[in-house]
Design a protein. Structure first.
Length: 163
């Protein structure tokens, strides 16, 4: 089994689509740990704010098998198959880390570059797994978050259950 981290995001009915995505991921992966959820501005385009979170799980699926399964979940929950990278989405699921793999596997770049670039990925990852080490830069996620300019991409905690 391989330890993995996935990033989930939505800016179209996020209170609806993120729980649906989590339910499907639990069916696919089994037991998961889930980070807090944060709202932040859309990056790269003008659009509604995104809600983002990170999950940790274990899998026996290969990177390619996992990527294919994630696309099926996204498409079943309203993601357009021709959606551009910088566009609104009901459900976006990205492989952030797959074990300690560094490089391109089955067309997926690992670890995902957004970990080091975007608060909406790094903050929930640092809260979920503060002592885990980024395999590319060999620093813990809590260290990376401590070094990050959090004011550059403000985040607001939100609750999926409406509380």
């Amino acid at each position: 089994m391989t330890r993995l981290f996935l990033g989930l995001g939505s800016n179209i009915e996020p209170a609806r689509y993120l729980p649906l995505g989590l339910s499907k991921l639990e069916a696919l992966l089994g037991k998961m740990r889930v980070s807090p959820v944060y709202e932040g501005a859309a990056i790269g385009f003008s659009g509604a704010p995104f809600w983002n979170l990170v999950i940790e799980a274990q899998t026996s699926l290969s990177v390619g098998e996992l990527q294919s399964a994630l696309r099926v979940i996204e498409y079943a929950h309203g993601r357009a198959k021709d959606a551009s990278r910088f566009s609104p989405r009901s459900l976006d699921i990205d492989i952030l880390l797959y074990g300690d793999v560094c490089g391109v596997v089955d067309g997926v770049v690992l670890p995902r570059g957004e970990i080091l670039e975007n608060a909406f990925v790094l903050r929930p990852l640092a809260e979920l797994a503060p002592d885990a080490i980024h395999p590319g830069v060999h620093k813990s996620f809590s260290e990376l978050w401590g070094d990050y300019d959090a004011d550059s991409q403000p985040l607001t905690p939100v609750s999926l259950d409406g509380s």
